[in-house]
Design a protein around this ligand. Sequence first.
Ligand code: COA
Ligand code: AMP
Length: 628
Amino acid sequence: MAYRDVYQSWQDNPEAFWLKAAEAIDWDVAPTKALFDDKAPLYEWFRDTKVNTCYNAVDRHVEQGRGDQVAVIYDSPITGTKAKFTYAELQTRVAALAGGLAAKGVGKGDRVIIYMPMVPEALEAMLACARLGAIHSVVFGGFAANELAVRIDDATPKAIIAASCGLEPGRVVDYKPLLDGAIELADHTPDFCVILQREQHPCDLGARDVDWHGFQEGTAPAACVPVEGTHPAYILYTSGTTGAPKGVVRPTAGHLVALNWTMKNIYNVDPGDVFWAASDVGWVVGHSYICYAPLIHGNTTIVFEGKPIGTPDAGTFWRVIEEHDVKSFFTAPTAFRAVKREDPAGEFVKKYDLSCLGQIYLAGERADPDTIEWMQDKLGKPIYDHWWQTETGFTIAGNPVGIEPLPVKLGSPTVAMPGFDVQILSDEGHPLGAGELGAIAVKLPLPPGTLPTLWNAEERFLKSYLTTFPGYYETGDAGMIDEDGYLYIMARTDDVINVAGHRLSTGAMEEVLAAHPDVAECAVIGVTDALKGQLPVGFVCLSKGVETAPEDVEQGCVKLVRDTIGPVAAFKLCCVVDRLPKTRSGKILRGTMVKIADSEAFKLPATIDDPAILDEIKTALQTIGYAK
Ligand code: COA
Ligand code: AMP
């Protein structure tokens, strides 16, 4: 069947399409109906079912004879560790951890925050929650205590599962003070914390803490608890327009059905194949494609703890692919830009046998044609860009490789997937024609697995996504569709920026800068960077009478953002200026500032993330605001 026929079959009868896809899931109570639209524009999928995610991701494979297949490969160049866990071992470990959690009172519907680095135990923690019907919320390790505190107060978790440390090149990330600091800052206090002691940097345990090891082994294993299809599988916080992150809710049944469908149809892997997403469990890519989808589909997944370069070298990706026989590989374009910068001639690629690798997938940010061409040239493999969001949890537009690989057009993530009726709309909400630029929206209902609401924030959900264009989901991206139906993602319509594939809010950074005692007003913009895609740059005006040297205020601002949001914000450039450019009515012209910074005439260096030329960059940037 061709992609066009599959898409058409979905359009003709979405109900039949999704019920068919649902046959691949093991239900406790099977669906009689897919879509429930009685609360439109709020839609529900598979409401009349009962199912357990952990059973589908782990236990059923053991029962069906895959117990000895490797489920998880841990490859950590940063610690020099490798380990493999079969599905049977994973089942034992997850059931034991779930038993420990249950014995301390965690049950269906309770929230559990997970704050862990890229270790297999992070997946075990997620799956143990799923086993009990508890709702996990994984927080990325690069966020600071304050961000963790905000999530603790919103999710009000019964427990937090954390590690003693994470490891970044040349630096130990001491999680325990961050965790304790966050609990101190938060109004809500969890009943207990489970701490995975890592030998690289163990920590002292307090009265609230229990040691993962004794805990995982100490109680009877827990069974899988069937939950309603609409039960939240997890909450994942993502950046919105303001400092308060949005808690994207993932519904259990739709998540299972949709993710399972993508593994063959988009990623072209069969059960037993090795699939690798080099991301982090703290992001949606990590949720969907390090943990859930590969396991639900019976694949082997890789937990990689390291960086594409420097651990030990720019050949790391190729070594992992060869050594573990990876068939499909997925990461963010930034990672390849980093590799390309280190190894422009592709010398490291030549050292490894990549014959196992079928294709590579890119997402999370714009895939620039230069990088794709370099990859095509050096690797000789198909490179597929695809576009999705935390909110959807899987591909909105991509290349349906397992159905039929479509020709690649550089700069386009290809075509809409079944489930998504993607339209380009004018400001007034009228559908635009081929080649016309507008807001990218998806006709309601969104498919199974996409967000039904935001945690504790239905009004915000309606306002953020469903109000601007009634009848549509507003993606927050702008772009166009060409005459062949290929989609092009051009820009965000809000103040979300993408730094090294990480989604961040400039609004949230402005809120932090505004709290600096010497700052009267400020603006943060995302400036194009050849390595990380975008980098945030802050412009601040000092309050009257401030005598602190501008350089000290700038450094103080950089530290404040790092301490409040975290190192992941990559906020390293801040300039004190006399005034900010504004409209007559006093609105800061952020868009104009971005245009100046990105213009050819302005000539910022291609990579502004270079401390050696920091002063030069700052002098240039000061002219965007009004120089001090
Ligand atoms: N825990 C603690 N700190 C973290 C972290 C984590 N899990 N992840 C990143 N950080 C820190 C980094 O150490 C860095 O700190 P520094 O300012 O002290 O150097 C800072 O956050 C910024 O990180 P990043 O923007 O990732 O830059 P980097 O120089 O460490 O790495 C890349 C750059 C391109 C190699 C890396 O971002 C990468 O591989 N990205 C692509 C893959 C990916 O994860 N995509 C996510 C979605 S698919
Ligand atoms: P996240 O929710 O972190 O996955 O970020 C989603 C946002 O990242 C999207 O709304 C886009 O702005 C951007 N994005 C993701 N994938 C792509 C892509 N393939 N091309 C361009 N932008 C992308």
